[in-house]
Design a binder for this molecule. Structure first.
Ligand SMILES: Cc1cc2nc3c(=O)[nH]c(=O)nc-3n(C[C@H](O)[C@H](O)[C@H](O)COP(=O)(O)OP(=O)(O)OC[C@H]3O[C@@H](n4cnc5c(N)ncnc54)[C@H](O)[C@@H]3O)c2cc1C
Ligand code: SF4
Ligand code: SF4
Length: 370
């Protein structure tokens, strides 16, 4: 099909996204994969920066119709895509701005901006057996990684467990079969769909239960899956990923062997910067997709529980520079894309940090600095 590229407003020059590429594209197709999951295909303008990343990574998608962008994982290995084309799987969220917009009407021809590639959820170079566990739209990144592994004929066994509610939630079954056919013939590739809410009398003869509990009972208890020398790839809703991490760690897998991407959303806690670990390298500022998600603060207004109620921006004309002050994540602006978390070289940023922001010159007052 011939694609008309409409020009979008120029990228906001106040957002310093020099560690990522910004590509302008057009939605060239959407296809319902299930009643609540949509395939979204974007063709990028050949004149803008190519986004080619590594299987497992994600991009930030923005359209002029929406208030804020959202993060979505590439759903195909880049080498399986045509030049400039990117495929995503989007799950419909009740009341969700982006997913609701996508499902409400045919969006073919709509302009869309892609920023990326982001994230470190990629295939490692070892020959260790791998277990992949995905839930819901977490199929996207896991499918991309498995396609990439099949293309490279990796010399490793793989077990893919896909957790869904019912048979109506299953999709990409042909694509998974084709990965299986392509898998290095000297190694195993097994895929098991595990359904948690399939009616008892439906005739489903496959696996049932929560995918992580099924993995534990069917593969770990009797030692069918050698946990010690394997690696895990987990992707999908945060509770599923957390449950899988704890099953794997309890069963003896070293945390360094567990790779995961959590599909955080607006209900997830925003990351917090531990200023005692921050070396002011600016890396987080170079990937942030929102102008004011990470701000340079010269002071904080604290509530009676010592929580941050508000902050004062560094004002170059009135306050001393950032080296005396603090980087702070404004949770009202943050879209939970985790780009800053992955980029920070000192692990200063995490959604699980429970520290209050600290000023480098110990300034914690509501009064504007002198
Ligand atoms: C690295 C990364 C990769 C991601 N990849 C994908 C992907 O490939 N496919 C995909 O579908 N999503 C993915 N997401 C999630 C995606 O970025 C959005 O958060 C999600 O699509 C919801 O956006 P929305 O605009 O529809 O809903 P919003 O407008 O952001 O949310 C509307 C309301 O629904 C609640 N809500 C949002 N999501 C959920 C949920 N899952 N369960 C329950 N309540 C929810 C929010 O708290 C809010 O109250 C990814 C997230 C991250 C961080
Ligand atoms: S603060 Fe971090 S997680 Fe939040 S939007 Fe900015 S880069 Fe993404
Ligand atoms: S990336 Fe980490 S260390 Fe660098 S400025 Fe941001 S928080 Fe500080």
């Amino acid at each position: 099909m011939s694609v008309q590229f409409r020009s979008l407003p120029a990228a906001d020059p106040r957002i310093q996204n020099s560690r990522v590429r910004v590509s302008q594209g057009v939605i060239t197709g959407t296809r319902k994969l299930t009643y609540d999951t949509m395939e979204l295909v974007v063709q990028c303008d050949p004149a803008s920066a190519p986004l080619s990343g590594t299987a497992g990574q994600y991009a930030i998608l923005a359209t002029p119709s929406l208030s804020k962008p959202r993060a979505y994982s590439f759903a195909m290995a880049p080498e399986n895509e045509e030049a400039g084309r990117h495929t995503f799987f989007v799950k419909l969220i009740h009341g969700g701005e982006f997913s609701g917009w996508l499902f409400r009407a045919d969006r073919t021809g709509e302009p869309i901006t892609l920023t990326g590639p982001l994230g470190q959820f990629v295939l490692d170079s070892s020959a260790d057996p791998m277990v992949c566990i995905a839930g819901g739209s977490g199929m996207s990144a896991i499918k991309a990684i498995l396609e990439h592994a099949a293309n490279r004929s990796v010399k490793r066994d793989a077990l893919f467990l896909y957790g869904a509610r019912t048979q109506a939630d299953l999709y990409c079954q042909d694509e998974i079969e084709s990965i299986k056919r392509k898998w290095n013939a000297d190694y195993r590739f097994d895929c098991v769909n595990v359904l948690s809410m399939e009616p008892k009398d439906s005739g489903w003869a496959g696996a049932r239960g929560l995918v992580t509990e099924y993995f534990e009972s069917a593969y770990l208890r009797d030692g069918k899956f050698g946990i010690g020398n394997s690696r895990a790839y987990l992707c999908g809703p945060p509770p599923m990923v957390d449950a899988a991490v704890s099953v794997l760690v309890d069963s003896g897998m070293a945390p360094g062997r567990i790779h995961y991407d959590k599909f955080e959303d607006a209900s997830s806690p925003a990351p917090v910067i531990d200023n005692s670990k921050c070396v002011l390298c600016d890396e987080c500022l170079l990937v942030k997709p929102i102008q004011n998600c990470i701000v340079e603060a010269s002071g904080f207004v604290l509530d009676k529980n010592d929580g941050v109620e508000g902050y004062l921006r560094v004002n170059p004309a009135r306050t001393s520079g950032l080296y005396y002050n603090s980087l702070y994540i404004d949770e009202d602006e943050c879209i939970r894309c985790l780009a800053c978390v992955h980029q920070c070289p000192t692990n200063a940023i995490s959604p699980s940090n429970s520290v209050n922001p600290a000023m480098l010159r110990n300034m914690r007052t509501g009064a504007p600095p002198a």
